[in-house]
Design a protein around this ligand. Structure first.
Ligand code: MG
Length: 255
């Protein structure tokens, strides 16, 4: 069942997703060659604590990290640890925060130092695919419209969509109905209604679409070793456009 959030629930979703976006941005800005992925996890933990929240990922099915940090061929669910970030790495930062009974979820892929043109194109296309999906996240459309828009942008660029992991509804739980595949046919799937809140998250591989899970039971990597990118926003469906809950809002000034 896809839950429609009330006005007060949407307000709580705005609050927690703003917190989550702040952590995402701070951690992404901290990415540089020479630091460990655990330093990124520790920064996230400190920020989440200071804001009075908790990591939505830590302990989720036993996940041992505060955030997910996934480098190069790692697609998602990388565990912060002793790995040292190198010049030219693509570093996906996926952040989940619980606060006030609701969950925020957002991801970005940051860059350590300089990257080559093909990796940059992978980042640009993945963000464009996310934007195309969000543009379809309006009342009256269907989940398949979001899925198809994402797939089209990715495949026209010559990259491939990861099929084993998908976006999702979100609210009091991190993973609610519906699932949001990053591939599919327009006009199919559940109908969108204002007040639904969805996490849309294309995972895009420079090479082939197949992935596998490492021996740590968490880290998902591309089978062919090619780099992968991941961007995620949590949105609220609106009547004419989606509200992106994980875009940082400017603090209103009194003057
Ligand atoms: Mg998610």
């Amino acid at each position: 069942m896809i839950l429609i959030k009330s006005a007060s629930e949407l307000e709580a979703m705005r609050r927690v997703n703003q917190m989550t976006a702040r952590v995402r941005n701070a951690v992404a800005a901290y990415v540089k060659p020479g630091i460990t992925t655990l330093e990124l996890g520790n920064l996230a933990q400190k920020m989440i604590r200071e804001m009075g929240g908790t990591s939505a990922f830590y302990g989720y099915y036993g996940f041992p990290g505060q955030i997910c940090v996934s480098i190069n061929d790692e697609v998602v669910h990388g565990i912060p640890g002793r790995r040292i970030i190198q010049e030219g790495d693509l570093v996906s930062i996926d952040t989940g925060v619980s606060f006030g009974g609701f969950v925020g979820d957002t991801a970005t892929t940051a860059v350590a130092g300089k990257i080559d043109g093909e990796k940059q194109r992978l980042l640009d296309v993945t963000q464009a695919a996310l934007a195309a999906g969000i543009a379809k996240a309006v009342e009256g459309n269907r989940i398949g419209d979001i899925s198809h828009a994402i797939q089209t942008v990715v495949e026209e660029a010559g990259f491939s969509i990861v099929r084993d992991f998908v976006g999702h509804g979100i609210g009091k739980e991190m993973h609610e109905d519906p699932q949001i595949p990053n591939f599919g046919k327009p006009g199919r799937g559940p109908k969108l209604k204002a007040g639904m809140t969805l996490s849309i998250e294309p995972m895009v591989n420079l090479g082939a679409e197949k992935v596998r899970v490492l021996d740590d039971q968490w880290t998902v990597v591309t089978k062919d070793g090619s780099p992968s990118a991941h961007f995620e926003h949590t949105v609220a469906i609106g009547k004419t456009k989606a509200e992106i809950l994980t875009l940082p809002q400017r603090t209103p000034s009194l003057f």
